[in-house]
Design a protein around this ligand. Structure first.
Ligand SMILES: NC(=O)c1ccc[n+]([C@@H]2O[C@H](COP(=O)([O-])OP(=O)(O)OC[C@H]3O[C@@H](n4cnc5c(N)ncnc54)[C@H](O)[C@@H]3O)[C@@H](O)[C@H]2O)c1
Length: 262
């Protein structure tokens, strides 16, 4: 094994939002490549089924909410008791809404609790997972690369080009972009790297349920390639970030050069 490229094989990962979409593709790729993974997602998610479809020795589903200290701690305890350690944390859990700040036609103001909910799940939830995972990863031995762990978060191109109705979603994703560097700086003393991926449009259940024609239209908004991203292309970048140690404290757009219109 070279000092430069770290094979993911043998690593233990925690993937939030792992039962669907980008998180699920990440779980599948990591398991396929020899990792053992704790899949964390809401109790109402497909987590149990997805875990069953994979090797049960290498993938365990932990139901819970990323905003809960108890739920996330319980998932980390499972990583410890079942797999003995934690090397990689991927934050894919997230929610979105489409509500105008003030809709003049409908005379409807954006409910504050809906704004707060998106910030709570996407920002506080991501941070809750990061802080507790970092504590656990800091107990790892320094390996041959003198590294204890890697944390990867999921923002969105909406952090930069939020569309109509995306005030809450864009604010939450902008916060994830904004905290990437300071957390990387905080965790440098623990030899843990922190990166964020800002995806464009990917074909997850969210978009997958749309008619083929609409998906094609959405895909064509990207200059090249003019299609929706495959969730495994997101997972592939997760793997590259784990493997390439010079990546730290940065946000990578994964978007086929799309710039969202208003
Ligand atoms: N699909 C895209 O085109 C796209 C683009 C940009 C950013 N993203 C971001 O990528 C991430 C994954 O998106 P996706 O398309 O795979 O969505 P998805 O809805 O398919 O998956 C998200 C998963 O997160 C889980 N989740 C939601 N709230 C949770 C909570 N409080 N605790 C634990 N789990 C929770 C859901 O149950 C779901 O399984 C999200 O953060 C999303 O904002 C997606």
């Amino acid at each position: 094994r070279s000092m430069v490229t770290r094979a993911v094989s043998g690593l233990v990962g925690l993937v939030t939002g792992g039962a669907s979409g980008l998180g699920k593709a990440t779980v599948e790729r990591l398991v396929r490549n020899g990792c053992r993974v704790v899949m964390f997602d809401l109790p109402k998610s497909d987590g149990e089924q997805v875990a069953k479809s994979l090797d049960p020795d290498n993938c365990v589903f932990c139901p819970g909410d990323v905003t809960s200290v108890e739920d996330v701690s319980a998932a980390l305890d499972v990583a410890k008791s079942k797999f003995g350690k934690l090397d990689v944390t991927v934050n894919c859990a997230g929610i979105g809404i489409a509500v105008r700040t003030y809709n003049m036609h409908k005379k409807k103001v954006h409910p504050l609790d809906q704004f707060e909910r998106v910030i709570d799940v996407n920002v506080c939830g991501t941070f809750n997972v990061i802080r507790l995972a970092a504590q656990m990863m800091s107990k790892n031995e320094l390996g041959d690369r003198q590294e204890k762990g890697v944390i990867i978060n999921t923002a969105s191109v909406a952090a930069y080009e939020g569309q109509v109705g995306q005030a809450a979603y864009s604010a939450s994703k902008g916060a994830i972009v904004g905290m990437t560097l300071p957390i990387a700086r905080d965790l440098a003393m623990c030899s843990i790297r922190v990166m964020t991926i800002a995806p464009g449009l990917f074909e997850t259940p969210l978009l997958g349920s749309l008619p083929e024609k609409v998906k094609n239209e959405l895909g064509k908004q990207a200059p090249f390639p003019q299609r929706l991203g495959d969730p495994d292309e997101y997972a592939q970048l997760v793997q590259s970030i784990i493997e390439n140690q010079m990546l730290n404290g940065e946000v990578i757009r994964l978007d086929a050069a799309i710039r969202m219109q208003p």
